[in-house]
Ligand binder design. Structure first.
Ligand code: ATP
Ligand code: MG
Length: 400
């Protein structure tokens, strides 16, 4: 029999003193969101933990699939509750252990007596419950260090709570507890991972994507929508803003020398992203840049790009190797989408030899011969916003 109730332990949340209630409320909301479509699921938050019940067995199975993706959870365990009497604990201990695979497994009992008036001392209880379990599960053996099954019994005044298995949670902080940012989302491997990592630290994200039709196809946009949708699994509602970027890229290709055109492209992307950011009241920009990966990701290039704004541009992948990024992309299920072979706007317009050490004053001088402002305004005006799951929005309402 599987339990219809889970005990959820908070992650770093417990460290957060005064903000604690805000975090708990946000986590409760995110778990509820993640459990959409499962009507029997109910959540009850306490100061230092949460209980989730699902009265329909298939719904509990679904909960077990979805819960490991919700940030702000340290771990969770199926729980079995009973009256705080020895008889009831004996019976419930068998249920809790019976919910696990026992064949050839090791086992240990751990007692916590929150109710100190309970008429047996801890060591005595440990021995008694252990012996009772072993009598009923002959395929188990006792092991004190790292047992396969750890039967934890918490005896409280009102009830006893038993757990036999601890599942790791996603860690991090509840998404939304650390404000909102705008993620620059290409169709590549890196930027979805960057978004995921920011979400892990409690940040809610909107995403912005630059497309250059007809050089980039509808399928390239589909790919980005699929990536944004994947990120929704981690507890956030993501909106995607798609910016038409063809005209600007064509002007750059004509007006800016090859060596500097990549830097200018990035600078314009960041300027546009920054204005959208302001409109949606987000506090920072996020990109998937990683130091030295390509010409536009040297410190010199990043300096030239950053020059267009004082808004923090967060780059959670900056010190990571590509192989480490790929590992995370696989883990969060974005990798297979990212490697679909559709061109990104930057790939198409990439000059043969972009400078790895662009000089800011040169870049600025080349840019000064063109008035980009009307093009920037037009691109922002003509953007399309998609709410995920996928519904196209004609108007731009801040409905979050
Ligand atoms: P990725 O795998 O995320 O595409 P990359 O290694 O290909 O990254 P670049 O193409 O140089 O690197 O892009 C660096 C960052 O700039 C991306 O991680 C992303 O944050 C942003 N970016 C690039 N292209 C776009 C785009 N078309 N729309 C939105 N953001 C973009
Ligand atoms: Mg890219």
């Amino acid at each position: 029999m599987i339990s219809n109730e889970l005990l959820i332990r908070y992650g770093e949340l417990s460290l957060k003193g005064r903000n604690r209630n805000v975090f708990i409320r946000q986590l409760t909301k995110n778990i509820k969101n993640a459990m959409t479509g499962l009507p029997s699921v109910k959540i009850k938050a306490e100061r230092d933990r949460m209980f989730l019940t699902a009265d329909i067995e298939t719904e509990m199975a679904e909960v077990m699939e979805r819960l490991p993706k919700v940030f702000g959870i340290h771990s969770f365990s199926p729980v079995f509750k009973c009256e705080p009497t020895l008889e009831a604990i004996y019976e419930t201990a068998l249920k809790a252990v019976g919910a696990e695979e026992t064949e050839g497994k090791s086992f240990k009992v751990e007692i916590r007596r929150t109710d100190k008036t309970f008429p047996y001392i801890t060591n005595e209880l440990q021995r008694m419950i252990g012996a009772h379990v072993l009598k009923n599960f002959e395929d188990l053996h006792v092991k004190m260090r790292q047992p396969d099954i750890l039967l934890h019994v918490n005896i409280r005044q009102d009830n006893a709570i038993l757990t036999s298995k601890v599942y790791p949670g996603a860690g991090g902080m509840p998404v939304g507890s650390a404000g909102k940012t705008l993620l620059m989302l290409s169709g590549g491997i890196d930027s979805p991972v960057a978004g995921y990592m920011m979400m892990k630290r409690g940040v809610k994200i909107d995403a912005i994507h630059f497309e250059s039709p007809p050089f980039t196809s509808e399928l390239a946009k589909e790919k980005v929508l699929d990536l944004a949708e994947k990120l929704c699994a981690f507890g956030a509602i993501v909106r995607l803003h798609v910016i038409p970027f063809t005209e600007i890229q064509q002007v750059i290709a004509k007006q800016i020398p090859d060596g500097e055109s990549m830097t200018t492209t990035r600078r314009l992307m960041v300027q546009i992203a920054d204005r959208v950011r302001e409109e949606i009241s987000a506090l920072g920009l996020v990109s998937g840049e990683s130091l030295g990966q390509v010409a536009s990701q040297t410190l010199e290039s990043l300096t030239a790009i950053n020059d267009v704004t004082s808004t923090p541009v967060l780059r959670p992948l900056i010190a990571m190797d590509k192989s480490e990024i790929i590992d995370i992309a696989k883990e969060i299920d974005t990798y297979d989408i990212s490697i679909r072979p559709y061109e990104d706007c930057c790939t198409i317009f990439t000059p043969a030899r972009p400078k790895t050490k662009p000089k800011l004053d040169r870049v600025k001088r080349f840019e000064s011969f063109t008035d980009f402002e009307p093009m920037i305004e037009k691109a922002i005006q003509e953007r399309r916003t998609y709410k995920l799951p996928r519904v196209e929005e004609d108007t731009f309402d801040d409905f979050l």
